[in-house]
Structure formats: C-alpha cells, structure tokens
Design a protein around this ligand. Structure first.
Ligand code: GFB
Length: 421
C-alpha cells in the first residue's frame, strides 16, 4: 500500500547507473512511456500528451527524463477501409524538433533501439478509486490498489514478464506491473517517480487518469506545452497550398506568418486577420448519437453559416468535417449561392498521411479562416481554437460554435486566451 506516498517517500534520488545507455546529449536518461484509454479520439489524446509532457518537464528540473511518444493507431474514428493506420510515429502528424524544444522526446521505435531489447521496466496501470471521492471531497492522492476489473495484461508463466498491448509491437514486455489508484494532476507523480521507483523506464497506462490541475488552460505552462505541438511541415504545406489555390489565403496578406521556432513567437490578439473565408468544423458521425441536441440539422447548419457569411460580407466557406460525402453534398446544396470548399485528398495523399493527417489539414485551414465556427465541445474544434490563439486572432473570431436546432442561442465556448511563460 502506498498510503500517503508523497509523505512516506523513500528519499533516495535515483541516479542512472554508469552502464546506462546514453541518448541525445550523451547524458543518461530515464524514460517515461504512456498510453491512453483505447476509446479516446485523436484530439483528446493530444490533451493527455500535454499533461504527461508537463510531468516530464517537471521531472527534468531534477533528473534527465525523456518522453517516449506513444505510436498512433487503432483509433475508432479512423475508418477509411484498406488503410493501415497502426504503429504510426508522431512524425506522421507533428514536428518532432518543435516537441523537443519543450521537453526531450523520442519515438517508440527509437526507444526500442536505445534500450536494445523490447523491454519496459515498470508498468503502472492508472485507475480511479473504486470508492470514488473520499467523503465526497476531491483531494489529490495515489495508492497502490488491487486492480479494478481486468487490465489487459497477463504475466507469462515461463518468463514471468508482463505482456499485453504495447501499440501493436508484439515482443514488448514489462518486467513489473502494478495497479495504482490516482486522483491528481500529472505533476503529482513527479515525487513518486523520482523517489519511489528506480526503474529506468516507466510506463503509465491510462494517462488520461491524471488531469491538468493547476496547469490547465488558465496557466502559461499549459500554453507552452500546447505551442510545442506544431503540426508536421508536410501537412501544413498541403493546407497552405489549398488555402492559396481555392481560398485566396496566404500568410503575408492574412497576417498569419509564423517563425520557425515557436519559442520565439509572441502574438497579440488581433495580430492575425485570416483568409477571406469562414471556417466551419462540422462534427457528424458518432456526434449525432453522442450529442443529438447540440448538432444542428444540415439545413440549419447552412442557415447559421449563411448568417455569418452575410455578417462578415464574405462569400466563401471552408467545411472541415467527418461527414460522409452525401451529407457534405446536401449541405453544399443549401449554400448554393456561395463558394463551398472541402479538402479531398488524393489516394496517394491518404495513403501517406492517413485519416489523421487529413483531419489536421482541415484544422490547419480552419485555423487560418477570418472567422471560425466550431461544433459543440468537440476537441477537434477546441484544438483549432487553441491554434487560432497561437496565431493571434481576436478571441471573438475564434470561440464560436454551431447551435442545435432547438437552441438557437446556445452557450458558446469559454474563451481561454493564450498566456506566455
Ligand atoms: O479527435 P476527436 O477525439 O474529437 O475524435 P471529438 C474525432 C475524430 O473524428 C477526429 C474525425 O480525430 C477525426 O479523425 N474528425 C472529426 C474529422 N472532425 C473532423 C474533420 O473536421 N475533418 C476530418 N477529416 N476528420 C469525441 C471522441 O470526438 O467525440 C470521443 O473523442 C467520442 O471518443 C465523442 O467519440 C462523441 O472531441 O470531436
């Protein structure tokens, strides 16, 4: 039992042994790995990344730690038939050098090369407390506890190692496994990882169990992590080409020029003007079932879009959407007086950049629009709104969403302006 683990810590500070494999700047490092509940989508996973990345940032105040980027794959929303969408490195979607300016990161396949065997020393399976909050009061705590349910790992009778799902890499195993009930922000794990385990590599499954806590959107620490999540150049380039070709949108004119190194970017609200089009994120598919009262009918969505086009005296709209072609065509039909665009990848582009890459191109194009209309609480919209904050748009041109048919004046998204450290 880990009762009051933060008080009763073993105070030894772990120092990696001399024989440890060096990585990066020739310093021995410890490795933090994590994964997220299999059902979560791409943009919630991006949020979990920020929480764990900040934990690694705090760990590096004391010791050298590197975050191992969990390969992408098997996401429920990636449904294009015939595409192999597993074991994808982060470089498929993100600029690794930009991530590295925040904290040290490596891809999982590089971690395996550095370690030299498919081994993780310690696996902690994060879970909530079975009894819920103590006396109905939320307080930060963590304890070793019996596993709730059946975690998808088993101990092999022959070699005693723990096997399970490690991003689709079949030979990977953990030497030790424990369930940990936790109710805390990610940084709470710092002391535990420094003093209560000497494992060189630690895997946190269900990373979503830890929250941002004091490092939420109201903290500059959140925004530093968020700014480091720069999309991969190949995806930004495709989005930029589309903007220029169809939307009369280029950075110089739209005042959205960004420096290569995100750490030196400081934008004020209103610096960015955006291209002469309205950007819409129209979430469909499972959202129709998950949020039936908040997803407008296509006809009603078109009406709301038309109102905004008139208000801003624009005649072009970009639709980022997961809608099937038929629904998109129906929406277009209701907007026949206007120019309506959607990025449609070639087969080759889809093969290379996958469903995840196409969704990023949609976000990138929407992030550069004059005015943005998102979908109710969708994390796709939320991440687009953050991107627009980073680019320097006025908040009122960003934090807006489509309303369901029965609530024409629905609550609009909370404005979380960017803060710099
Ligand atoms: O990213 P995500 O968690 O956002 O999942 P939500 C939605 C996924 O749907 C995206 C696709 O990652 C994309 O794969 N998608 C959504 C899109 N919008 C677009 C778009 O504009 N363009 C393209 N190309 N693809 C939550 C899920 O989704 O919705 C939960 O995380 C649950 O698991 C809930 O399903 C209902 O926050 O929108």
């Amino acid at each position: 039992m880990l009762a009051k683990c933060h008080d009763a810590l073993d105070k030894r500070v772990f120092l990696p042994e001399g024989q440890s494999v060096a990585f990066g700047e020739a310093k021995p490092t410890r490795f933090l790995l994590y994964d997220v509940n299999p059902g979560e989508g791409f943009n919630l996973r991006r949020d979990v990344y920020m929480r764990i990345a900040n934990l690694v940032k705090f760990l590096n105040e004391e010791q050298s730690w590197t975050l191992v980027l969990p390969p992408w794959g098997n996401l429920y929303h990636w449904q294009t038939p015939g595409l192999k969408q597993t074991m994808l490195p982060w470089s498929t979607f993100f600029d690794i050098s930009a991530l590295n300016r925040h904290i040290p990161v490596i891809e999982f396949m590089d971690y395996l090369k550095v370690i030299g065997e498919p081994k993780i020393e310690q696996l902690y399976y994060l879970q909530p407390y079975e009894e819920g909050w103590k006396d109905g009061k939320w307080e930060e705590r963590m304890d070793f506890r019996p596993c709730i349910g059946n975690p998808p790992y088993y101990q092999d009778e022959v070699d005693s190692m723990w096997y399970g799902w490690f991003f689709g890499y079949e030979d990977v195993y953990a030497e030790a496994f424990q369930c940990v009930s936790i109710q805390a922000h990610a940084g709470y794990l710092k002391s535990f990882l420094l003093h209560n385990t000497t494992a060189r590599s630690v895997f946190l499954d269900h990373g979503e169990e830890v929250i941002h806590g004091p490092y939420s959107e109201f903290s500059p620490v959140f925004w530093t992590a968020r700014r480091s999540m720069v999309f991969a150049k190949h995806l930004k380039n495709l989005g930029d080409e589309f903007r220029e070709k169809y939307l009369d949108s280029i950075d110089e004119k739209d005042k959205t020029v960004m420096e290569d190194d995100w750490t030196s970017v400081r934008k004020q609200h209103g610096d960015a003007v955006g291209g002469p089009y309205i950007g819409v994120h129209l979430r469909r598919k499972d959202y129709l079932r998950a949020h039936p009262d908040h997803v407008p009918s296509l006809k009603n969505a078109a009406k709301q879009i038309k109102n905004k086009l008139k208000e801003f005296k624009l005649n072009t709209v970009y639709i980022g959407t997961d809608a099937p072609k038929k629904e998109y065509e129906e929406l277009k039909g209701y907007l026949s007086k206007y120019k309506v665009y959607r990025f449609e990848p070639t087969e080759e582009q889809l093969e290379k950049y996958k469903d995840g890459g196409v969704a990023i191109i949609d976000q990138w194009i929407n992030a550069h629009s004059r005015y943005f209309l998102g979908s109710y609480v969708s994390t796709v919209s939320l991440r687009t709104q953050e991107e627009r904050e980073i680019l320097g748009f006025k908040t009122e041109m960003t934090f807006n969403c489509l309303c369901g048919d029965a609530e024409p004046n629905c609550t609009q998204p909370a404005m979380w302006p960017i803060l710099y450290e």
